[in-house]
Write a protein that binds this ligand. Structure first.
Ligand code: SAM
Length: 229
C-alpha cells in the first residue's frame, strides 16, 4: 500500500517532537519485556534514541510489549559502559545514575531540562561500580513500601515522564524538528516512511531518494522494490 499523505504528516509530526537531548542508558538490562516496555515509554515521551550496554554474546530482543516502538526509537548497542558514558559526557549530557545509595537525591529535585542521560542498571544487580562512579548525579525514586526497588522499566518511565513534565513546564519541548540534529532529520524521516527502501539503499550504498511534499518518492526505483512499498 502506498504511503498516504496523512500517514506522512503523522510521521513528520512525531519526528518534529523528538528530543535528541534526552536519552536512556541501559546497563546490562536484557529481559525482552523490560527492553520493550522501556522503548515504548521512550517513544511515548519523545526520546530520539536510546543506548544499551549488552553483556557479551547477548543481542537485545523485544516482545509484543514494544508494540513496534523498536522501529521508532533506535536502541544503539555498546559493549562498554565506561566508554559510552564518557562519550555522552563529552557530548554535553549530564548523567543521572539510578543508584539506590545514601548519596542519591530524590529525582524530583533534579533539573532534566538540559541534555540528560538517565542511566539504569541491570534487573538483578543495578548499576555497576564503574558506571556509578562516572555519573554526575545519583538519583532515586523514593519508595514507601516493603520492596526495595521498582521494575527497571517502571523506574525508567517514571523518570522519563518527570523529564517531560519539567520540559513542558519550562516551555522547551521541540515542536518543529529542532530537537533532532539537522543532518539526521531527512534520513530518519525516510527510514520511518520507507524502511524497506532505506534498507535497500543502504545495501546498495545509494543515497535515499528525495521525497515530495506529500511524502511520495520522486525517483524511479526498480519495479520489484516499488511493489514492496
Ligand atoms: N538490587 C538492585 C540494586 O540494588 O540496584 C535492584 C535493581 S532494580 C530491580 C533495576 C534498576 O531499576 C535499577 O538499577 C535502577 O536503574 C532502577 N530502579 C529500580 N528502583 C528504583 C528506584 N526506586 N529509584 C531509582 N531507580 C530504580
Amino acid at each position: 500500500m502506498p504511503l498516504l499523505p496523512r500517514r506522512f504528516e503523522r510521521l513528520k509530526a512525531v519526528l518534529d517532537r523528538r528530543m535528541g537531548d534526552l536519552t536512556v542508558v541501559l546497563e546490562h538490562v536484557d529481559k525482552p519485556h523490560n527492553l520493550s516496555a522501556i522503548l515504548r515509554s521512550c517513544d511515548a515521551v519523545g526520546v530520539l534514541e536510546a543506548h544499551v550496554v549488552s553483556l557479551a554474546g547477548r543481542t537485545p530482543t523485544f516482545n509484543c510489549t514494544a508494540k513496534g516502538s523498536e522501529r521508532w526509537v533506535p536502541l544503539h548497542r555498546h559493549s562498554n559502559s565506561v566508554a559510552l558514558l564518557q562519550q555522552l559526557k563529552a557530548q554535553g549530557f549530564r548523567l543521572y545514575g539510578t543508584h539506590l545509595s545514601v548519596e542519591a537525591v530524590d529525582y524530583r529535585a533534579c533539573d532534566f531540562t538540559g541534555p540528560s542521560a538517565l542511566v539504569l542498571g541491570a534487573e538483578k544487580w543495578g548499576l555497576s561500580a564503574e558506571a556509578a562512579a562516572l555519573v554526575d548525579q545519583p538519583i532515586v525514586i523514593p519508595m514507601q513500601g516493603m520492596v526495595q526497588s521498582l521494575n527497571v522499566s517502571v523506574a525508567c518511565a517514571t523518570l522519563l515522564f518527570e523529564a517531560l513534565r519539567q520540559r513542558q513546564a519550562a516551555g522547551v519541548l521541540p515542536t518543529c524538528g529542532e530537537g533532532v540534529p539537522a543532518e539526521r532529520y531527512g534520513p530518519l524521516l525516510f527510514e520511518w516512511a520507507y524502511p524497506e527502501v532505506a534498507a535497500w539503499c543502504q545495501r546498495e550504498g545509494r543515497p535515499y531518494p528525495a521525497l515530495d511534499a506529500e511524502g511520495a518518492i520522486s525517483e524511479n526505483l526498480p519495479r520489484t522494490l516499488k511493489m514492496r512499498y
